[in-house]
Write a protein that binds this ligand. Structure first.
Ligand code: HEC
Length: 159
């Protein structure tokens, strides 16, 4: 018995220190991934317009010179019902503020993010970087129709 206790005392510090070693090894593995994600976004920003991945192809969305207020109102209704759990119009919340989103993204990208977020956060570099920025909280697919997504886009133009 005495012998057992003695050997525990000897082995405990060794066990503890080897645990510490494991943790720092994990950190070293995590950090390079974060760095490479940042690089991916930088590439996405410099390689021309990004239309995203999903049902909306380049050129599928026409944006009028003037805001279509009737469409924007319908979009606000959809947004208030389906999006405000995570988005505030002008402030970062669970997700980013949609105000000014069209100065950052193409209309096609925004609609693909609304209609096809699961694939976007996996395969689109910009959406992937956003997912990391928002601590892994994923953008939810609210099953909007294309028409509703287009209405919400028009509402975003009013913010
Ligand atoms: C469950 C929370 C949640 C809901 C509900 C939600 N979103 Fe999101 N949204 C997010 C998060 C979080 C992000 C950031 C990307 C990520 O983490 O996947 C995001 C990103 C976005 C983006 C990209 C913004 C940018 O700056 O590029 C758009 C556009 C968007 N959401 C629109 C909508 C619309 C429209 C609705 C409603 C139909 C909606 N979201 C509902 C959480 C949500």
């Amino acid at each position: 018995m005495k012998h057992l206790i003695k050997s525990l005392f000897i082995s405990l510090p060794i066990l503890l220190s080897s645990c510490g070693g494991d943790d720092s090894a994990k950190k070293e593995i995590k950090d390079p991934i974060k760095k490479s994600e940042k690089k991916v976004e930088a590439v996405a920003e410099t390689s021309g317009p990004n239309y995203g991945i999903g049902p909306i192809a380049k050129g599928d969305v026409t944006i009028g010179d003037a805001i279509d207020t009737a469409m924007a109102e319908q979009g606000k209704e959809v947004y208030d019902k389906m999006c405000t759990a995570c988005h505030k119009p002008e402030k970062k919340f669970i997700g980013p503020a949609p105000k000014g989103v069209l100065s950052r993204r193409t209309p096609e990208w925004v609609m693909n993010m609304i209609l096809n977020p699961e694939q976007m956060v996996k395969e689109d570099a910009t959406a992937r970087a956003l997912l990391i920025e928002f601590n892994g909280a994923p953008m939810a697919n609210q099953n909007l129709t294309k028409e509703q997504a287009r209405q919400v886009l028009e509402y975003f133009r009013t913010l």
